[in-house]
Design a protein around this ligand. Structure first.
Ligand SMILES: COc1ccc(C[C@@]2(O)NC(=S)NC2=O)c(OC)c1
Ligand SMILES: [Zn+2]
Length: 263
């Protein structure tokens, strides 16, 4: 059912009408993280996030997810440490989710699916001066992946949920300020898996150091239901399609190693 949902979406949604694969792509995302095959790397450092809520600018529906965008013209909201050698600048975060709570995440852990997954996207500002440059380089991006589970209401998320009705349609945007993305991180960010992969939508560029947190966050059923009230389609289109199942099918590991920062 989940596989069908993903394949239906990838067949029907304009996002996927282009090439579905990167010729010769051997570091594609997402993947299933097989815990017992991950290699504990004691040299992996703790993640250091320094997010300035004042760099938050807008929230918009891009027709595949909704993005909260940050001013990345200075090093005000950054990520360093973990597996990273350089300092990375936060540029946006977005989510992937299913039509039901039974699936929706892009990565899985021992085949376990989560109802949604948060991606906090950062680019290497030590080596590059623009996101557009960094996205083309194999050490260009660092994305923190956080699994969402359905449970108690997430107070920090509610400000974002309340903004969603204003961006129901593709290409709608509203001002969104003073949001601290740190409030979406779980208490434990020391335990994570990391591997080299790609964007999970076209152009599927293989420029991402993935950092998948072991600890999930909890959001309420109703909060997740508001995600599903968004639309893939713009206001002009006759047939409105609800924004659900905006995740990619899993990709072969191709001999890659997934490292873990914990035992
Ligand atoms: C050209 O630059 C792009 C294009 C697509 C995405 C979105 C996505 O493919 N990447 C992740 S991560 N999840 C996704 O859905 C992007 O995000 C950084 C950057
Ligand atoms: Zn994503």
């Amino acid at each position: 059912k989940m596989q069908e949902a993903a394949e239906y979406n990838m067949k029907m949604h304009p996002m996927w009408q282009g090439p579905l694969a990167v010729p010769g792509g051997d570091r594609q995302s997402p993947i299933d993280i097989i815990v017992q095959r991950s290699i504990i790397d004691s040299e992996l450092k703790p993640l250091v996030t320094e997010y300035d809520p004042h760099t938050c600018q807008q929230i918009w529906n891009n027709g595949y997810s909704f993005l909260v965008e940050y001013d990345d013209t200075t090093d005000k909201s950054t990520l360093k440490g973990g597996p990273l050698q350089d300092k990375f600048r936060l540029c946006q975060f977005h989510f992937h989710w299913g039509e039901t709570n039974a699936w929706g995440s892009e990565h899985t852990v021992d085949r376990r699916l989560f109802p949604a997954e948060l991606h906090l996207v950062h680019w290497n500002s030590d080596k590059y001066s623009l996101f557009e440059e960094a996205v083309m380089e194999d050490n260009g991006l660092a994305v923190i992946g956080v699994f969402l589970k359905v449970g108690k209401r997430h107070e920090g998320l509610q400000k974002l949920v309340d903004a969603l009705p204003a961006i129901r349609h593709k290409d709608s945007v509203v001002e969104f300020t003073r949001f601290d993305p740190g409030c979406l991180l779980p208490s434990n960010i020391e335990d994570y898996w990391t591997y080299h992969g790609s964007l999970t939508t076209p152009p599927l560029t293989e420029s991402v150091t993935w950092i998948i947190l072991k600890q999930h966050i909890e959001v309420s059923h109703d909060q997740l239901a508001v995600f599903r009230s968004l639309l893939f389609t713009s206001a002009e289109e006759e047939v409105q399609k609800s924004m659900v199942n905006n995740f990619r099918v899993q990709q072969p590991l191709r001999g890659r190693t997934v490292r873990s920062s914990f035992t």
